[in-house]
Design a protein around this ligand. Structure first.
Ligand code: NAD
Length: 272
């Protein structure tokens, strides 16, 4: 079993690795002996997380990387190749939503500014595609690799208010299938592209929707989410790790082009 799920010695690149969910994935891969490139927007945080991995005996580098700038991605790829010499795993973690692109009592759908919509589309879908171009090119040359995209529950059933985020994550599912086929047909049958679709995790990107800023109490939306999650709780970052290790390792060697829900049963529940 240990051999099946072994990721030791594999070189992993994680974008958005300074965030709540992906920093936990970075640390877990480090603990399991993978060489981890912690990529993020914030210089201090990339270093901090890479250092945490090293302090636990792992191997890691921290690199500033903006997934919306190809030059920045290429610079990060050069650093990863210099440090590790190959890329076995790519986790496209950079993503998120923001207030200006979210319908609220103060902002109708009709008034959401184009630049806010564009920001959400770009970060979630364009960033994932550009990152796969840059790091996936190495996998195409190696003829081997595993790419994991981060989708969301709302890609299947759009949630109210977060219009661009829902559409962008649905795009991630489509891109995951497209890219899986493209790699296999044009480069190697040994490159896999999958995604995870997390349910609800309280993190920086959704706190404004789930916690009342003034009282600190759960918003009506948060209560609705929990009442529609049969396991009756938010996920915690650790809940994602088993699936991530499975998708990174040979344990999932024939799993390709799928989106795995990790949602405490949210997608199974009709609400009745
Ligand atoms: P987070 O805000 O904690 O992390 C997002 C990370 O992306 C941050 O480190 C941020 O610095 C980085 N980032 C933002 N813009 C970037 C850019 N241009 N280039 C590179 N990095 C950039 O959020 P999180 O909840 O940990 O989200 C991680 C992923 O999981 C995202 O794709 C998110 O959409 C997805 N997700 C989250 C939830 C949830 O409930 N929190 C649910 C489903 C999916």
């Amino acid at each position: 079993m240990d051999k099946l799920f072994d990721v030791s010695g594999k070189a992993a690149v994680i974008t958005g690795a300074t965030g709540v969910l992906c920093s936990e994935m970075a640390r877990e891969l480090g603990r399991r002996g993978a060489k981890v490139a912690v990529l993020g927007l914030e210089d201090d945080l990339t270093e901090l997380i890479a250092n945490q991995i090293k302090q636990e005996g792992g191997t890691a580098i921290g690199e500033v990387c903006n997934v919306l700038h190809k030059g920045s991605l290429i610079k990060a790829r050069d650093a990863v190749m210099e440090a590790f010499g190959r890329i076995d795993i790519l986790i496209n973690g950079a993503g998120g939503n923001k207030k200006d692109a979210t319908v609220s009592p103060n902002l109708s759908f009709f008034d959401i500014p184009a630049d806010a919509l564009e920001w959400v589309f770009n970060l979630n879908i364009l960033g994932t595609i550009l990152s796969t171009q840059v790091f996936g090119e190495v996998m195409a040359k190696q003829g081997k690799g595993s790419v994991i995209n981060i989708s969301s529950m709302n890609s299947y059933r759009p949630l109210t208010n977060i219009v661009a985020y829902s559409a962008a994550k649905a795009g991630i599912n489509n891109f995951t299938q497209w890219m899986a086929v493209h790699f296999n047909q044009n480069y190697s049958a040994d490159i896999r592209v999958n995604a995870i679709a997390p349910g609800f995790f309280l993190t920086n990107q959704n706190r404004f929707l789930l916690v009342d800023e003034k009282t600190g109490e759960p918003t009506p939306r948060a209560k609705q989410i929990l009442s529609h999650t049969p396991m009756n709780r938010y996920g915690v970052p650790e809940d994602l790790l088993g699936t991530i290790i499975w998708l990174c390792s040979d344990a999932s060697s024939f799993v390709n082009g799928v989106v795995v829900p990790i949602d405490g049963g949210f997608s199974a529940y009709s609400g009745v």
